[in-house]
Design a protein around this ligand. Structure first.
Ligand SMILES: [Zn+2]
Length: 156
């Protein structure tokens, strides 16, 4: 899925963040699957990194320090579907490259701060994505406590 619709071609950086903030279909579906599996997490939890950068993972397990990002194929240049838009490529090229760089930088900084980072493409199936996440959550949990996470402020 690519946001082809009414996205104004406005060369300001905030544009993309506004887009990101919206609850997209895949994100919501993954959250529901995790919730159904008994996991509790936070949405759009803000993490202030030492560098001064701020990130808001789509899903965060704050105690276990696991950050999950559901990346749109278009915005984050998925190798399978991230095409280089023909129209206005002078604008999109650098913009998408910038997104990519920021993704890498955030991932690296989060890891340096002790977070496990999981990146999921929006084209992945919900089951696949949920399994990926649960594997990491399970691995990091105290024995026997998987599915018993009680992070507060769960908003689903
Ligand atoms: Zn894709």
């Amino acid at each position: 899925m690519r946001p082809g619709g009414p996205e104004p071609l406005n060369p300001r950086r905030r544009n993309m963040q506004a887009n990101r903030r919206r609850d997209t279909g895949p994100e919501r579906a993954i959250r529901s699957a995790l919730h159904a599996a008994g996991l509790r997490y936070r949405c759009d939890y803000r993490i202030d990194l030492r560098s001064g950068h701020r990130v808001r993972p789509d899903i965060a397990f704050t105690r276990r320090r696991i950050a999950v990002f559901v990346d749109g194929c278009f915005w984050h240049s998925c190798p399978e579907h991230g095409s280089n838009p023909r129209t206005n490529s002078g604008y999109w090229g650098p913009k998408l490259a910038g997104n990519r760089e920021r993704d890498d930088r955030n991932t690296a900084e989060l890891r340096a701060a002790g977070w496990a980072v999981i990146r999921i493409w929006e084209h992945e199936s919900v089951a696949e994505a949920a399994e990926k996440i649960m594997n990491v959550v399970g691995r990091s949990s105290a024995p026997g406590s998987a599915g018993n996470v009680r992070d507060r402020n769960d908003d689903t």
